[in-house]
Design a protein around this ligand. Structure first.
Ligand code: ATP
Ligand code: MG
Length: 761
């Protein structure tokens, strides 16, 4: 053992060490949150390099976000310097893009293929639905795209889907799938799910290709293994299969926590973890039980909540960090009050010198909940950063600009080409587009090729009027000119600026009175900055490294830029910790992260757990895992809050407390402000005390909605303006919901807030 190796094992507990030094058989590390799984993975990689003579190029490490990948890479670079570049550390998707580009020649696509994201996919599916003349209400782009995605995650082709279809709907979906798939290929594009499925297909179909990767990657490591779906699982299995007679299979090490599986809706299955030992009979399993992240109270809260889930292996996490502070509970009047509380509390902690803004994270269930926090934080001047949400790359103008780049990089990219055909407006109408599309379909050529024919030999496309032909011709010419810049090797930033200028995009925005167009211009400018920074990064990267991949886009090139942009994940924009900002994000994005102070907000039934999940035990269990993920992000301080009234779609709703709140043992919680007596009996969730006048005074919140409510008990008689006379048969005061029997008018469920046209008799 070298000195370096010994140093690597220091600061690890005996089980973690075992995992780091284990050699040979597949290794599964299952352990609760914060037990050092990710740390083991990074140390293991370092160990392989330092002690086992493994070359970085033999390592494939799969992480869930590009951000995690970057961190891992940094550590390895620190250990082995530039040689570290030969290691593959990436997400499943990035890794597959890399393999597919290398092997494009076997796939009948050009290596400059496009990667379609969810929005592109929905568009293309929508076009197919229309062309097949299906009812768009029954077959929405979004709905059918989700179905196709599920099929692909199960590695089912369109043919297989057609065979398995049990009803007319599924048969139609299979039909859309087949056409959609053909269109993708004509567009020289893959969607996200294809990336995995096609890579699997490639490895299974071409033994020589599979052998190359199996010989090359002697070590495959997977973090957050609980969130892999079937296709990703098969991919891993293919990679570590024996390369050839007499060649040892690659070593596999996966780490995960079945209690943190939160992507079932993307086809992830805990099955992968539970049955790992069956799938790999010689596997070794190591459990970790000590949590190094959180105080005992936080852990106990997490343990108590997750213990409610059925069918799980109980694992008791413990911590030697001491009890720590109690979990703080807060019941707000409404969502503004909740945000104000969070802001004030952060302010207090920062003022006391205990923490910095960057130590704090605020989590919520859905992206739309961020707005209120942003409003309040802006008002009080608290610097923050929202991770995810309406992402920069999803804004219309940014997508338009990227669509130009994609067309320049891959002219066959039909979705992008049709997107910009008439953006900015240049007189190419829908009818002309339709004629060209139909012609392309009939002649089995790409839309781009058909467009060129429309420009140069319009007589081949009957019905195309001269005006349209002229507009198309000048558009084709514009693309040709822009293409010259690409071929000349201009920087992506320069190409972008040329696109803005020559298409008239900037001019159009400048001429507009719409204030939003101002921010659109800023976003376009920002994209140029992104491109510039990207080129800068590439320039300092490994240009002389002998391990630069064949088939990978040249560093700094247009294709490399597009690849990077296509694969950004929400978590990639998490600020560096020195930026002095509070981080806001959804619970899903929080996976794998840790913060000294965590606010978990919106703990209301219908918000969290999500409305959709409430009637379904499996989905409810997944929501509970999400609660577990959330709680276990906290190192020292944890806050749980909810609002009694929350507006959605402009309607105030009285939401009952999240059932998960009641699952947190009461002795762990310090109710900074409990539920007022009038809407729920004190002690229902063991709330400690009633609100005082100071509580009420401090937040300055309109309570009109509450004041308007009336209180009804079972048996009370009422008169309703619309339903007439009735009798209350159920009354839940915590939610202000009642069930009233109006005789012949039926039984009606009502919420007793703001101006219900009803009198108590
Ligand atoms: P999650 O399930 O949330 O992904 P994890 O199991 O991957 O968590 P890590 O993020 O690797 O856990 O570790 C949690 C924290 O504990 C990190 O700050 C890590 O540096 C620290 N840690 C892990 N093991 C040890 C150890 N043996 N000694 C000291 N600190 C440790
Ligand atoms: Mg981890």
């Amino acid at each position: 053992r070298t000195e370096r190796g010994a140093a690597l094992l220091e600061g690890l507990n005996p089980r973690q060490r075992e995992a780091v030094v284990h050699a040979g058989s597949p290794l599964l590390i299952v352990a609760g949150a914060g037990s050092g799984k990710t740390r083991v993975l990074t140390h293991r990689i370092a160990w392989l390099l330092a002690e086992r003579g493994v070359h970085p190029g033999e390592i494939m490490s799969i992480t869930f976000t590009n951000k995690a990948a970057a961190e891992m890479k940094e550590r390895v670079d620190a250990l082995v310097g530039r040689r570290g570049n030969a290691m593959w550390v990436s997400t499943f998707h990035s890794m597959c893009v890399r393999i597919l580009r290398r092997e494009a020649k076997h796939l009948g696509v050009r290596s400059a293929f496009s990667v379609y994201d969810a929005d592109d996919t929905r568009r293309l599916v929508g076009l197919v639905v229309r062309d097949l003349e299906l009812d768009p209400k029954k077959f929405s782009g979004r709905g059918v795209a989700a179905q196709i995605s599920n099929l692909k995650n199960e590695l089912l082709s369109a043919d297989a889907a057609a065979e398995r279809a049990a009803n007319d709907f599924e048969r139609k979906v299979a039909e859309v799938y087949a056409v959609y798939q053909a269109r993708l290929r004509t567009a020289n594009a893959f969607d996200f799910d294809d990336l995995i499925m096609e890579t699997v297909a490639l490895l299974q179909r071409l033994p020589a290709v599979a052998e190359y990767y199996r010989r090359r990657f002697r070590h495959v490591l997977v973090d957050e293994y609980q969130d892999t779906n079937h296709a990703q699982y098969v991919l891993v299995r293919e990679l570590v299969a024996p390369a050839a007679e007499g060649v040892e299979p690659g070593e596999l090490c996966v780490v995960g926590d079945s209690d943190q599986s939160i992507y079932a809706f993307r086809g992830a299955s805990i099955r992968n973890i539970i049955e790992f030992e069956q799938d790999f009979p010689n596997a070794r399993t190591i459990m970790l039980e000590q949590n190094y992240r959180s105080t005992q109270r936080i852990l106990s809260a997490a343990n108590a909540v997750i213990a409610r889930n059925p069918n799980r292996r109980d694992k008791r996490l413990w911590s030697d960090q001491g009890d720590g502070a109690k979990v703080v509970g807060y019941v707000a009047d409404n969502e503004h009050d909740e945000a104000a509380f969070v802001a004030q509390e952060i302010d207090r902690l920062v003022d006391s010198g205990e923490i910095r803004n960057s130590d704090v994270a605020v989590f919520y269930r859905t992206n739309s909940q961020s707005r209120v926090f942003e409003d309040v934080f802006l008002r009080v001047g608290l610097p923050y950063k929202v991770v995810g949400g309406v992402r920069f790359y999803e804004r219309k103008e940014v997508r338009d600009a990227l669509a130009y780049l994609r067309v320049l990089s891959n002219p066959e990219d039909t979705v992008s080409l049709r997107r910009i055909l008439n953006v900015p407006k240049r007189g190419i109408g829908e009818r002309a587009e339709e004629l060209v599309a139909t012609y392309a379909d009939r002649e089995r050529i790409s839309f781009a090729a058909a467009l060129r024919i429309a420009a140069e030999q319009p007589e081949r496309i009957p019905g195309l009027v001269t005006r349209s032909q002229r507009c198309i011709a000048s558009f084709v010419q514009l693309l040709d000119e822009l293409n010259e810049l690409v071929e000349r090797g201009d920087d992506t930033a320069e190409i972008l600026e040329a696109v803005y200028a020559r298409t008239g995009y900037t001019a159009e925005l400048e001429a507009s009175d719409d204030p939003q167009d101002g921010s659109r211009r800023e976003n376009l400018a920002e994209l140029v900055t992104v491109a510039r920074e990207f080129a800068g990064d590439a320039a300092v990267a490994d240009l002389d490294d002998s391990d630069v991949e064949v088939g990978a886009p040249a560093p700094g090139s247009l294709a490399a830029f597009l690849e990077r942009v296509a694969l950004v994940a929400d978590a990639d924009s998490i600020p560096d910790n020195d930026e002095g900002m509070v981080t806001l994000m959804t619970l899903h994005t929080a996976k794998g992260l840790e913060f000294p102070v965590v606010f978990l907000t919106g703990w209301e039934d219908g918000v969290f757990p999500h409305m959709r999940a409430m009637g379904d035990p499996a989905e409810l269990a997944e929501e509970r895992r999400l609660a577990y993920v959330g709680i276990t992000r906290a190192q020292q301080r944890l806050y749980l809050s909810r609002a009694m009234i929350r507006s959605s779609f402009g309607q105030p709703n009285a939401n009952p407390a999240s059932r998960f709140l009641a699952e947190v043992p009461d002795d762990l919680v310090d109710w900074r402000r409990a539920e007022p007596e009038r809407s729920a009996p004190v002690g229902r969730f063991g709330f400690g005390r009633r609100p005082t006048a100071t509580d009420r005074g401090s937040w300055n919140v309109p309570k009109a909605a509450l004041k308007a409510s009336i209180s009804l008990d079972v048996g009370d008689r009422v008169n309703h303006d619309k339903y007439g006379l009735g009798t209350v048969i159920e009354s839940d005061k915590s939610t202000q919901r009642v069930l009233i029997d109006f005789g012949s008018a039926g039984t009606v469920r009502l919420m007793l807030i703001g101006g219900v046209p009803l009198q108590k008799l």
